[in-house]
Design a protein around this ligand. Sequence first.
Ligand code: OGA
Ligand code: NI
Length: 356
Amino acid sequence: MAHAKAGASLPVPNVQALAQTWHGSGEPVPFRYVRTEEIVAGEVVAGCAIPVVDLSRLLDPRSSEEELANLGSACQHWGFFQLINHGVPDEVIQDTKKDMVEFFKLPVEAKKVHAQVPGGIEGYGQAFVFSETQKLDWADMIYLMISPKESRDLRFWPTRPPSFRDSIERYSAETAKVTACLLRFMAKDLGVEPERLLEEFRGLPQSMRTTYYPPCRLAADVLGLSPHTDATGLTLLLHVNDVQGLQIRRDGKWLAVDPLDGALVVSIGDILEILSNGRYRSIEHRAIVHPDKERISAAMFHQTCPNTTVGPLQELVERDSGGARYRSMDYMDFMKGFFAAKLDGRRSHMDALRIY
Ligand code: OGA
Ligand code: NI
């Protein structure tokens, strides 16, 4: 996918290996990972009930209208929801989870066969490291371009466990179906033709980031994933093991998300916020780590087509009294701006695009 070159990271140590050596050392957390300000600054609310959307109710004509209102409210007021009865076969989910767990169990050297290469963001490594002095996340990840098929670079696709590629293939096909279905309902809620919104996502481009958060005995000193918004249309997040860590920012507080068993956590990305002319909101989120359990999550990102313009849908601009609330720009420029803004922190890229 075109954005593969836009956000290359500087090389930093493997966190899984670092965590293992450090764990029994009795030493404080290595300086570059210590995050006192963020952790202290934010009040955390435990066990938060983000909205639950039931896809089977959306599809059932008897409950569709009511559930559509629920979906619309979740997208407008929360930017995050849990999706239940999503129809992804349990077997597909279980195979995907098992293979991801197996992959991260491999010795670091075996995983590094798929390491990122200079100038790229795909593969095994870290993301969003742009300076020698910035604070680092307590996590390793593997990032893969998935759809369209031509965007895949199989050098980065694990061959161990042997079923990994097949599991991802099946999981990505299922999540693409769910996403297309959600986009149709979102279009309906926004009052635009479903085909019009889907056209922006033609071919349903997908990429996936699977993140491994090693345990950290001084968990309150580190962050697994720095606060960010996703530069996507929609993100579907799978909790690969049952360790929680996702937090979303709401009314100045961090709310800990505790997903229901089997649910997918869906979030609105920056691009869908823009397409919806600000009706839907992309919400800042982060991940914390557990003191003695590893955590694994997999985010399936759904992008718009790289050859489209990122801007509010014309139908909505014409209808909204204030006109366009965001500037339109070329997809690649949008992605470059997203990566460039990372060090300035939250939403600065989106704020720069906003028309007041
Ligand atoms: C991401 C993300 C959250 C998590 O990969 O963009 O927000 O809980 N992940 O790992
Ligand atoms: Ni995210």
